[in-house]
Structures are given as C-alpha cells and as structure tokens.
Write a protein that binds this ligand. Sequence first.
Ligand code: 5RP
Length: 228
Amino acid sequence: MDALKRQAAAHALREVESGMKLGLGTGSTAKHFVDLLGEKVRAGLKVVGVPTSEATRAQAEACGVPLTTLDEIDHLDLTVDGADEINPALDLIKGGGGALLREKIVASASDRMIVIADESKWVARLGRFPLPIEVIPFGLAATRHAIAAAFAKAGVSGQMDLRKSADGHVFVTDGGHWIVDVRLGEIEDPPRLAGLLSAIPGVVEHGLFIGLGSTAILAGAQGIRVIQ
Ligand code: 5RP
C-alpha cells in the first residue's frame, strides 16, 4: 500500500514546474510527495510551499523545501494532498490526520488541487470513512445537538465520537480545536450536508471537500488512473 501511495505521489510531481507556489498536504501519501519534492528541490527545482500542518512543516523543512505562508502570499498554483475517500465527482472526505481546516484553507486558495491516493480510497458514495468535524471546545454538547439536527435534515445519522490521541487524551488540532468523527455509512447528498454543517457556529470546519479536487491520481495493482 505504501508503494502505491508513493507511485501516486511521484505521478503528481510531474505536474510541478519551477516557480510554482504549492500547497503541501498532510498524511502518509502527502508525506511521499513532500519527500520526492525535496529531492527535486535539492536538484535545483525552484518552488515554494505552504504546509497544511505542523507535521508537514517539519518534514518540508527537513527536506529543504522553501516555505511561506498564506499571510505572505494570497494564492497558490497547485495543492497536492491525500484523502480518506474520493467519489466520482471528486468530492472528498478528508481529515483522518486531523489537518482538515488548514487543508481546506490551502486547497481553497489554490488554482488546482491534485488528490493522490491508492485505489482503496475510491468510493461510489462518500460516508464509509467516519466524517471528521472540527469543533470549538466551548459548548460542545450544544454543537453536537446542532450537528445531529443537521444530519436529520440531510437524511443521515451516525454515532459521534470525540477523537482521542493514542495516549487517551482528547486530540487537539493544530488550530487548538477538537474533532468529532461521525460514522454515517453513506452520504446521499454531500454538498447539502456540507452546507448544513458549515452553518453551525461551533463547527470550525468539516471534512467534506466539495468542488475542490480538480484531479485524482489513484495508484492500484493495475497501474495509475488519472480522473479529472
Ligand atoms: C489529513 C488528511 C489526509 O490526507 C487523509 O487522512 C489521508 O491520509 P493518508 O494519505 O495517510 O491515507 O486528510 O487530515
């Protein structure tokens, strides 16, 4: 599986040209991309990157990829990131690694987003992977109540679990927020659910990425598949 992730990352690297401003994703697949990008940079490629997490920042710095921020620049040419699920409309579930907020800000600031993954992430319908919802700790019970109401309106339901770290403590995002993961099974209308969740004050962001992916590069046993 890791070899497939690296193949997808290597394929995406072909889209990178000197002078580009890049969004750098988070997760095990995006990690391969940053690693391979670092090799190119050390060989003379001139790019600048905006990392989507502190983990990616540390990796990119260690690889020698020059970094900037979306305070210093206001737009990116291309973001390359992984996903937890990808459907045929190239809508995504992201946030398994907890970086969904910065990932969405970076993808939204990019002309193009290439999603890299192994074939197991390709689904007919989103929802098998628990949907991450980043929430403000203040008023959590009220926010959960509002999320449940949004689910009812969208015709879905599922158990909400507050994400914990391996040490048993509540998982805290790079932005200082918490994450609620929800097992929905199947989301009939992802854009509608995305809109309903975005309207809840205690929800900082959710893992439905609607209309952001421009290309998916999927690596499988039969080779690479590119979907636009
Ligand atoms: C992190 C993400 C990741 O892109 C997603 O979880 C996929 O990760 P991996 O490449 O390790 O399967 O959204 O917030």
